[in-house]
Design a protein around this ligand. Structure first.
Ligand code: DC
Length: 227
């Protein structure tokens, strides 16, 4: 089998990773893989089983009852939790806290490792997350680390949550974002941090097209593949 092309996009929540990853996937004809959805689904499973967000390690003994699958559908990725496709319920503020908490548990990260690697081995992918360039796909041909100011990220996230009907203020969203940055960056295992060979992309002031063009240039410098 010929080697697949893997593009890793890491960065904090709300930096625009998924927006960029979707645009790049459409532009290059690759598959977009949202690894945060896997952690969010484990978080949802913990919630459904009455586990406290304060003791996320309690989910570990239940993992053998969790059948989690990521299937490629319409060029994107769908996640199935014990046979049922998950949707907006993994995107609420509460689910975000659970996702960040379970993602600190080593057994949870180990549980999700093969799913992520095997998809990247079989497909040309743009994979977004926190540890894609450092742990999951250290040999990815392209690694991008995205950032944006917390205020800019909170603004974008607020618009998303309000559009979904959540009753939440800018201050709450900003506090949630700062809490998640801390929680994700300071954990012992696979902390959210740039790979040494990642190219930085600051998305504080870019338009969508500006962002796509900047990323395409990074891709083309790395592998000579342009849309
Ligand atoms: O990208 P996101 O906001 O949907 O991710 C949800 C949580 O999952 C986030 O708080 C950190 C965690 N996560 C992770 O630890 N590693 C990844 N590769 C992706 C997400």
């Amino acid at each position: 089998m010929t080697k697949t092309i893997n593009i890793a996009i890491d960065g904090p929540s709300g930096s625009g990773k998924s927006t960029l990853a979707k645009m790049l996937a459409a532009s290059l004809g690759y598959v977009y893989i949202d690894t945060g959805a896997l952690y969010r689904t484990v978080g949802l499973f913990a919630m459904q089983n009455g586990i406290s967000a304060e003791t996320p390690e309690d989910v570990v003994p239940l993992l053998d009852k969790l059948d989690l699958q990521m299937r490629l559908e319409d060029g994107g990725n769908a996640v199935y939790l014990n046979g049922a496709k998950v949707g907006a319920e993994i995107r609420t503020s509460e689910a975000s806290v659970y996702a960040s908490q379970v993602s600190k548990v080593p057994a949870v990260r180990a549980f999700l490792l093969d799913t992520q690697r095997s998809i990247a081995k079989q497909n040309n992918v743009i994979m977004d997350g926190r540890d894609i360039g450092t742990v999951i796909l250290p040999d990815a041909q392209v690694k991008i680390y995205m950032s944006a100011s917390p205020e800019q990220r909170a603004k974008r996230r607020l618009a998303e949550l309000v559009a979904k009907g959540e009753d939440i203020t800018f201050e709450q969203v900003l506090a949630d974002i700062k809490w998640r940055d801390e929680n994700d960056a300071n954990r012992d295992i696979a902390p959210a941090k740039p790979a040494e060979d990642a190219v930085f992309l600051d998305n504080s002031d870019l338009t969508l097209d500006g962002l796509l063009q900047a990323a395409l240039e990074i891709v083309s410098n790395a592998i000579g593949a342009t849309a």
